[in-house]
Design a protein around this ligand. Structure first.
Ligand code: RAM
Length: 542
């Protein structure tokens, strides 16, 4: 019903604009999205104990959680002297937090006032949020002031939260009375319905742990859409969806969530027909008008993957028009020499690929175009639609030849990007995935990076995913396993319950937003070890 109301308003909005590329389909696509809205599974979770955050230079971001009291100690006796305690739920949870209070003495002549701080990682529970200098809104930070005017009371904080730890501070109340907490808990949600089979016994214990943390990360992000992070931004981004759907196919197999998310994105594309990089489902489905070049193209790959995973031809056929339209995006930047006008594309689109500052994205852009064209053509073949994209094979060839000529340095045997001929993991990965470098050249290029000075490293797990995929593609199975265990294993050894949005082994405080407290510590695009470990048992399960 909620969506139904929206169909009409969306329909009116788009039909008022001069030309809407998807005029005929929008309402139906939204209806399809509504039909596949997942029902969330709710479970009540209780805290496990009281912890103290202890400074430790060796711990992640300098803080570790040390258990100090059993949870019962929260409930026994006056809370007044316990102000500031940190409750540990023992696992990352996403949902609604409730607490109950009881009088234990006297007559209250004033309300009770509390501050709750919810934290995904230990440092977040003890780092002052203010003064806040982050680039994203301060409102994302999970602290809440609650005033309770009548006791006994059970209060549920309206905002959905994502956390493992809760710091509870008592800010004020009546001098003439006393109170205690009688209960706290979370109604946790996820759209995951079934737990995948365990990895075979004999799987290396670190890899088994990485898989388990990856599954938790994905489970937490699987709400009514594939969210990027349940703490922040809590919305559907194409790049995150693409990787989550890959991991989901090899684990929870909740394909309806993929279908739901693909339809939502289609229904909320802009009126030119191009996909917006991210959309919100609530209060009613709407997009942030924010076009990401690489994400729009990866949508095509996600549709192809969905079709292969499910055999749901009707959906693939229905979304084909969107897929076909996205292939137009790069064409506007094609130059006579087979290269893309990188500078202009960067002015007109957000070229993402990674958060690393200073990354030159020319080669990655070129690679993702070829890759997406190949995958789109493959989808066209499966759907019998080759004629509609008959220009793609020739484009793939000319783009590939131009890349080999202009972006591959035959002397140093690495891919270079931009006018300064920057060498980066992003460039090698995308040139390998697109097949511009064959397996032998790809392996040589990746190998060369280990001894090349001034290599631009990945800044976030999102790009590490493509690097590992590229390694596997060019036969570097051993290196892929090593990278997965050192990078994600690094997070595990630093205590990760869920994998992080940003992780630089050399800098715990890296943030694309100028404030590490606003980073997301349960982030979709970090869940892909689940996909690697389960898709390539010969590499990761031995
Ligand atoms: C951030 C989020 C999200 C990502 C975009 C590009 O806002 O981390 O996961 O897809 O950037």
């Amino acid at each position: 019903m909620r969506l139904l109301l929206l169909f009409s308003s969306l329909f009116i909005t788009y039909s008022l604009t001069a030309q809407d590329f998807y005029k005929e389909q929008r309402a139906r696509w939204l209806q399809m999205a509504e039909q596949t809205t997942p029902v969330l599974t709710e479970t009540i979770r209780k805290p496990k104990g009281i912890v103290s955050m202890v400074k430790d230079a060796a711990a992640y971001q300098g803080w570790k959680a040390v258990p100090i009291h059993p949870i019962d100690s929260l409930y026994t006796g006056s809370f007044k002297k316990k102000s500031g305690i940190i409750v540990d739920f023992g696992e990352h949870l996403t949902g609604h937090f409730s607490f109950s209070l009881e009088d234990i003495r006297g007559v209250a002549d004033a309300p009770l006032r509390f501050k709750f701080t919810f934290a995904e990682v230990p440092a977040e529970a003890v780092t002052p949020f203010d003064p806040y200098e982050g680039a994203l809104s301060r409102a994302w930070l999970q602290d809440e002031i609650i005033t309770v005017t009548e006791v006994p009371a059970t209060i549920t904080i309206p905002r959905r939260l994502a956390f493992r730890y809760v710091k509870i501070e008592w800010l004020g109340g009546s001098r003439y009375s006393d109170f205690r907490f009688s209960a706290i808990g979370v109604k946790a949600t996820t759209s995951v319905k079934s737990i995948p089979a365990a990895l075979p016994a004999g799987t290396d214990s670190l890899i088994a742990k990485i898989d388990q943390v990856g599954l938790t990360t994905l489970k937490e992000c699987m709400q009514t859409v594939y969210e990027d992070g349940p703490k922040r931004d809590r919305r559907l981004w194409i790049g995150d969806l693409y990787l989550e759907a890959l991991a989901n196919t090899y684990s929870f197999k909740n394909h309806d969530l993929t279908k739901h998310s693909l339809y939502l994105l289609a229904a909320l594309a802009n009126e030119k027909g191009y996909l917006n990089g991210n959309v919100f489902e609530r209060p009613t489905p709407h997009a942030q008008a924010n076009v990401l070049f690489d994400y729009a193209l990866l949508y095509n790959v996600a549709v192809k993957d969905y079709f292969i995973a499910t055999g749901d031809k009707a959906t693939a056929m229905d979304l084909w028009e969107v897929v076909k339209k996205q292939t137009e995006i790069p064409k506007a930047y094609l130059q006579a020499d087979g290269m893309l006008d990188y500078a202009r594309a960067g002015k007109e689109w957000w070229l993402f690929f990674d958060w690393r500052e200073g990354l030159d994205k020319q080669a990655a852009l070129h690679g993702v175009v070829i890759y997406a064209y190949q995958q789109t053509y493959e989808l066209a073949r499966l759907l019998g639609k080759e004629k509609e994209v008959a220009d793609l094979p020739a484009l793939i060839t000319s783009l590939s030849n131009a890349a080999k000529k202009n972006l591959y340095d035959r002397k140093t045997k690495v891919v270079v990007s931009g006018k300064d001929k920057q060498v980066s993991y992003a460039s090698q990965a995308w040139m390998i995935l697109s097949g511009v470098l064959n397996a032998k050249e790809g392996a040589a290029a990746l190998q060369a990076l280990t001894t090349t000075s001034e290599v631009v490293y990945p800044g976030a797990p999102y790009l590490y995913h493509y690097v590992i995929e590229a390694m596997i593609k060019c036969g570097m199975q051993k290196e892929a396993r090593e990278l997965l265990t050192s990078y994600w294993g690094g997070m595990v050894s630093k205590g990760a319950d869920t994998f992080w949005e940003v992780y630089d082994p050399k800098n715990d405080f890296l943030s694309p937003y100028n404030s590490y407290v606003v980073n997301s510590y349960c982030h979709a695009w970090s869940c892909t070890p689940v996909y690697f470990i389960r898709k390539y048992p010969e590499v990761f399960q031995k």
